[in-house]
Design a protein around this ligand. Sequence first.
Ligand code: FE2
Length: 193
Amino acid sequence: MPQIQHHIALPSGTTGARRAVSIGTLAAEVSLACEIANGMAARVRQALECAVSDPELLTPEQRETCAAGYARHVIYSDPLGRFTILAIVWGEGQFSPSHAHDTWCAYAVYENPLQETIYAIEPQETKARQVCTKVRNPRYSCFAGAGLDQIHRLGNSGTMPAISIHVYGVARDRVGTHVNRILEIEDERGSVA
Ligand SMILES: [Fe+2]
């Protein structure tokens, strides 16, 4: 499992100030979304889509790949521990395991396409089956609730590093242990759409 690296964006000149505004706006919108009874998914997705439209959202350190596996850079952690925002940098051929989630989560593609394989599981089954594989281009976003709402595998089948921005409904110190629920997969076949 790749190590989680913690980089908090600090303002440094015009670019740094703009970056701080983009991260701060995203964090404020997600914070507001946590407070509302309905419409949380749409609000978080909209905030993510806005954030990934900023070409200078990340520092050079937050764009770094990791040879051992996809790199997870923490770019914001909610002081109340309700959520954590990460930039995930996928090197060539790096993929997550197939997983469901123990918390609500959302992501938007920031730079270069990702490949996402979707799985489904029947109520009485113990293994998930593959449904389809999709190309997720920059600005694509999605939101999923905790549990079996979304079972997927994300990664980079291209040659250039790809970056996605993720929000997980856990405190920073739980991102590595309380987000992904690894599932057994029945069938790995599928086609890229
Ligand atoms: Fe996931």
